[in-house]
Ligand binder design. Sequence first.
Ligand code: NAD
Length: 497
Amino acid sequence: MATLGLLPTNGLGGLSVIVHDRLYIGGELVAPAGTGTIDVINPFTEQVAGRVPEATNADVDLAVAAARSAFDTTDWPTRPIEERIEILSRASALISSRMDELTGLITTEMGSPSGWGIFGQVLSATMILDAYTGLAGSYALEETRAGMFGPVVVRKEPLGVVAAVIPWNVPLFEAVMKVAPAVIAGCTVVLKPAPETPLDAYVFGEIMAEAGLPKGVLSILPAGREVGEYLVTHPQVDKVTFTGSTAAGMKIGAACGALLRPVTLELGGKSAAIILDDADVATVVPQLLDAGLMNNGQACVAQTRILASRARYDEVLDAVTEAVAAQVVGDPSDPTTQIGPLVAERQRERVLGLIAKGRDEGARITTGGGRPASQGTGWFVEPTVFGDVDNKMTIAQEEIFGPVLSVIPFQDEADAIAIANDSPYGLSGSVWSADGTHAAEVARKIRTGTINVNHFAMAFGAPFGGYKNSGLGRELGPEGVDAFMEKKSISLDPGTA
Ligand code: NAD
């Protein structure tokens, strides 16, 4: 299985390049309909690291037909849920057994520092699978309620063929976020990875096949936006699940609205970490770095607005500045590197543009602010901290998706809550205090989908998703499976029930 679809390295440009010549459609590797290819560029070397076929609309038709057939004509949707959970359990073990390979691939594709990536990119994907497999025995497909004339059976039934579109920043994690609950529900999936990160998706397909996913249940089509649009509006698709930018999410949401097609949207964020006055800054700041700069700042849940009271503002700003300035920038495949390059040149230019805007609007750079002199190649931006940030500034309102933190002063707790909520987004966040109970009270007042008290982590068994422009619907937990289910009420015969 290890060479599924993989041509021998062909030495493109004299470099070792991973080349696939087929597409994973309906559980098999098939020749693509078109002749276009996608080059994967390593953001550290700026060299071609991989080449895969670019899927076309004809490939989408084939994949959707395979998914349709597996859903409509096989026993897949009606198999016992335990069988489907078994597949996910095997997939988790298989991912674990290929942890280093997957981490290396993702680092090559998008520059994630491997020391973080082994956890954030790969182990976390197994943790999602494990959380979903933990639903075995507790996720009920039917329950009986009282009706007017007798019992009503409330049933969950799989929605059908799913179009899943994912971004490049945590590609394996996102593939699992979509495919695992769809599999538990009994749906079939056509997954479109981002063009920047198709290589790990091939390994994911291989793993799902080896784990026992029946043919037709999963197809993986690397392609860009246009093919993505064709997929999500395909007449034979029943459900769309999308993770990516808010701009694309709005378009996809509008298209699904016109089709009355159920859609889950996981979009951008601009989350706030609120440091209350009694917090111990020395223990909080290292955790804020994880929360704000992980994956080179390319995380939807990044907590890039650090809120500190005026009374302790200088202390917090100094501590954040010192810690960020000490981050190790460099080759992302070196496990000691903390900040690697951004995914693409366009992303670096976007981040530098937003940094310039922050400066122009009156914020003060306390460290970073440009390209690191130490790096000759690679799409790097220095880890950067802005002080004297007003929450109305562009850098406090727009998602930057790079290693840039803003430290924002507040007057009192009510002001901190108002600032945290003064955002078009509402995805993540945190509250830090010596009094965890009080911090939880503050957390309840923040309009956001997930929020942590005195730590930073994702809870894979609890619903995840956004308020406001951060999205629509929830993933993870039983709610994540519900997103792939229709609900049906069967009122039983009053005479015989
Ligand atoms: P993007 O929206 O440009 O692309 C995401 C994916 O959607 C890609 O596969 C792309 O090809 C596809 N796509 C783009 N436009 C499309 C359209 N109109 N129809 C169908 N498919 C389309 O986003 P990106 O730059 O790849 O990723 C970064 C964004 O993703 C950030 O805003 C980040 O916050 C967000 N994100 C959100 C979450 C979350 O769970 N909320 C997780 C990770 C990333």
